[in-house]
Design a protein around this ligand. Structure first.
Ligand SMILES: Nc1ncnc2c1ncn2[C@@H]1O[C@H](COP(=O)(O)OP(=O)(O)OP(=O)(O)O)[C@@H](O)[C@H]1O
Ligand SMILES: [Mg+2]
Length: 304
């Protein structure tokens, strides 16, 4: 029913185009469309990955529903039918089928410009820093940790939301200076609470959420979760079965692409090379499997 989508083409004002999502401005609301674009090493690949946008959108919706008791969020409704779409878009907007299953209507918030990173396991940039300096995000960490090891407690390691270039770690004081003391405390508490809730659930389904990133915003003076949450694009998801301490872990979703890119000799500068069809197929399968394993649901509106 649905089809592969590289770029949305709605007759609505654009709020922003990211690496993966195209967001439209509906005044006090947003329409967030997850395309099938895939980024690796911060570069968008030229090939769409069929059904990836469905997976990302439906995983986010799943978590928004599941965690709303822990922290309210921006989701108004997922877009699953043409009727729900019509209801939320202004008259005379084009209503392409490709939106079904890959988009949601949300509240528009005043964004808090902090990337709220939570780490339950030591990996990626945190592992690189720890190996070199014994610290994580500038704070001394327990001695003797191995790569990918679970931390004694999940930690909050916020960063700036850089418009260009790399996000920089924020100390507690810096976060307070940016957003105020009480908001800083709320960001930390809620980020940890939502992460722990999701981590415990995912563990029961054989998936490790090693780390993740949240964004928050204000609506009518109240802090809510915005953006996407707990997707493979905003988190590290590992397969519990394959988890081995002391090395980097294969990615649950993008590993076929990463492996192929590594073998291709690509220098990680744009443009990225085109992927062979079998790598695209394997990657779609990984995303769909991750979705079904995590949620126990069947993906809606799949193309094949
Ligand atoms: N409910 C919301 N209200 C206001 N802004 C939001 C809301 N949800 C998400 N946003 C913002 O909309 C933007 C969505 O952009 P998106 O994530 O697609 O691209 P990006 O962050 O610019 O780049 P990248 O693809 O690298 O993440 C982000 O800046 C995010 O903070
Ligand atoms: Mg983003």
């Amino acid at each position: 029913m649905s089809m592969t989508l590289f770029e949305a083409d709605l007759t609505l004002p654009l709020f922003g185009r990211g690496k993966v999502r195209d967001t439209y401005d509906l005044g006090d609301k947003l329409l967030i469309v997850s395309t099938d674009r895939l980024s690796a090493f911060d570069v968008v690949l030229p090939d769409p990955i069929p059904d990836k946008g469905l997976v990302l959108n439906q995983i986010s919706c799943f978590w928004f529903e599941k965690t709303s008791q822990v922290m309210p969020n921006h989701l108004i409704t997922p877009i699953d039918t043409l009727d729900s779409l019509k209801q939320h878009l202004p008259p005379n907007t084009n209503l392409p089928d490709y939106l079904l299953g890959r988009s949601m209507i949300t509240l528009k918030a005043e964004r808090v410009s902090v990337e709220c990173v939570v780490r339950g396991y030591i990996s990626g940039s945190a592992w690189a820093e720890y190996k070199q300096a014994g610290t994580i995000s500038g704070t001394p960490a327990p001695k003797g940790l191995q790569e990918s090891q679970e931390l004694p407690e999940p930690i909050f390691t916020p960063t700036t939301k850089a418009e260009a270039g790399h996000d920089e770690p924020l100390s507690e004081k810096e976060t307070e200076n940016l957003v105020g003391k009480s908001t800083a405390r709320e960001l930390e508490e809620k980020s940890l609470a939502v992460y722990q809730h999701a981590r415990d659930y995912a563990q029961g389904r054989g998936i490790i959420i090693a780390d993740t990133k949240f964004e928050f915003g204000f609506v009518d003076g109240k802090l809510i979760l915005i953006d996407e949450i707990l997707t493979p694009d905003s988190s590290r998801f590992w397969n519990s079965d394959q988890y081995t301490i002391g090395r980097s872990q294969p990615s649950l979703d993008k590993q076929p692409v990463r492996d192929w890119l590594a073998d291709s000799g690509w220098n990680k500068e744009p443009p990225a090379p085109k992927l062979p069809p079998e790598v695209i197929k394997a990657t779609t399968l990984r995303y769909v499997e991750a979705y079904q394993r995590l949620t126990g649901r069947k993906l809606q509106n799949v193309s094949s």
